[in-house]
Design a protein around this ligand. Structure first.
Ligand SMILES: *Cc1c(COP(=O)(O)O)cnc(C)c1O
Length: 374
């Protein structure tokens, strides 16, 4: 070999006999074959990987890991929660179909449904999912899917999934549930009949605010369709991001256990404070806990913006679920595009702060809020 060739082909042996304790990162856009015969083997199912957009061991690990915890046959990872939601929806609905969705949706999902799906020829009706009547009134001949969230943002309403899924199933509709806020640690929607579960793995699944990713889970049949969408829409997750999300996933139960316990303690300390109109925190979510998001509505006359300046080490972050406690302002972020009228109907006010409770010592978190309120 001459210099230029040696420069490109210096030895980088791929170890097949030494077993690494952690999964190696397959940071590659494609996989090699010894010859064309072996490449043919991919199409005959003898080889699992060919081109990363169509599948990669690190992203498959994330899909499988979440599917196992959700109790699903298969999971598919993608580049974001929204792309996972789109892949899940397109696994069920095509142009000409109709979808029913809860009106109390995550902002990005609302925009995806209200604007983008229309361009795909899929129409959406938004309903109050706690009303059987509203759901049934919205059903049309071409309705194929009912879409909801297990715990809503930022008011933390816990949906009666079993009831909603029963209504949908009795009309032959498939159901899809965004389980981002609850995680399978608290709620497993497949156990009550959900066909597809979606996650923004950017949140608790990853847990460290260092990766944007999504996952959908369900039957092999539906997930093969979702996987084909991710592959051909090009919304696949990168190998390193898949690896990072898998590393985060390993500590999901530990994080959730601590974060839920901390949230309970924070709620106890804030309840009854005259400067807080209302503390939003669900009860009876699961034996393991009630989640780690707490929303407070400050009393009249308290400046929310001034309050945000008194958070000491607690960061203002327009996301949730990291190991560090953070706060955000729903009206200024997630609900910014939502018209005031709709916000009022949903009960989202200008004086609300959403707290994502982290894994720190609960007493330190409580101290920050006590001081800020004094
Ligand atoms: C963040 C979030 C999404 C969107 O996920 P991305 O990873 O930002 O695409 C969807 N649903 C819920 C409930 C979320 O919190």
């Amino acid at each position: 070999m001459r210099f230029q060739t040696k420069n490109v082909h210096f030895p980088q042996k791929i170890e097949t006999s030494e077993v690494s304790k952690t999964k190696p990162i397959y940071q590659t856009s494609a996989f090699t074959f010894s010859d064309f015969d072996e490449m043919e083997g991919y199409f005959e199912g003898e080889k699992s990987y060919m081109y990363t957009r169509m599948g990669n061991p690190n992203t498959d690990d994330l899909g499988k890991g979440v599917a196992d915890l959700e109790g699903a046959e298969m999971g598919v990872a993608s580049a974001s929660g929204l792309s996972a939601i789109l892949a899940g929806v397109l696994a069920v609905a095509k142009s000409g179909d109709h979808i029913i969705a809860t009106e109390d949706l995550y902002g990005g999902t609302y925009q995806l449904f209200a604007r983008e799906l229309a361009d795909f020829g899929i129409s959406v009706t938004f309903v109050d999912c706690s009303s059987r009547e509203e759901i049934e009134d919205a059903i049309r001949e071409n309705t194929v899917l009912l879409y909801t969230e297990s715990i809503t943002n930022p008011l933390l309403r816990v949906e009666d999934l079993e009831g909603i899924i029963k209504i949908a199933a009795s009309h032959g509709l498939k159901t899809m549930v965004d389980n981002t806020f609850a995680t399978p640690y608290l709620i497993r929607p497949h156990e009550v009949g959900a066909d597809i579960v979606a996650h923004s793995a950017t949140k608790y699944i990853g847990g460290h605010s260092d990766v944007t990713a999504g996952v959908v889970t369900g039957s092999r049949e539906l997930m093969m369709k979702a996987k084909a969408k991710v592959s051909i829409l090009g919304s696949n997750l990168g190998p390193f991001d898949g690896w990072l999300a898998c590393r985060g996933l390993k500590t999901l139960s530990l994080r959730m256990e601590r974060q839920c316990a901390n949230a309970e303690k924070l709620v106890d300390s804030l309840s009854g404070n005259a400067l807080i109109k209302k503390v939003f925190y669900p009860t009876g979510v699961s034996r393991e806990g009630n989640g780690a998001i707490v929303t407070i509505d400050l009393a009249e006359g308290i400046d929310v913006f001034e309050f945000s300046k008194r958070m000491q080490w607690i960061k203002v972050v327009p996301t949730l679920a990291g190991v560090e406690t953070s706060i955000t302002y729903p009206v200024g972020t997630s609900h910014r595009p939502v018209p005031k009228k709709t916000r009022e109907k949903l009960g989202v006010t200008d004086s609300m702060i959403r707290i994502s409770v982290g894994i720190e010592d609960a007493e330190d978190i409580i101290d920050v809020f006590k001081k800020a309120l004094s």
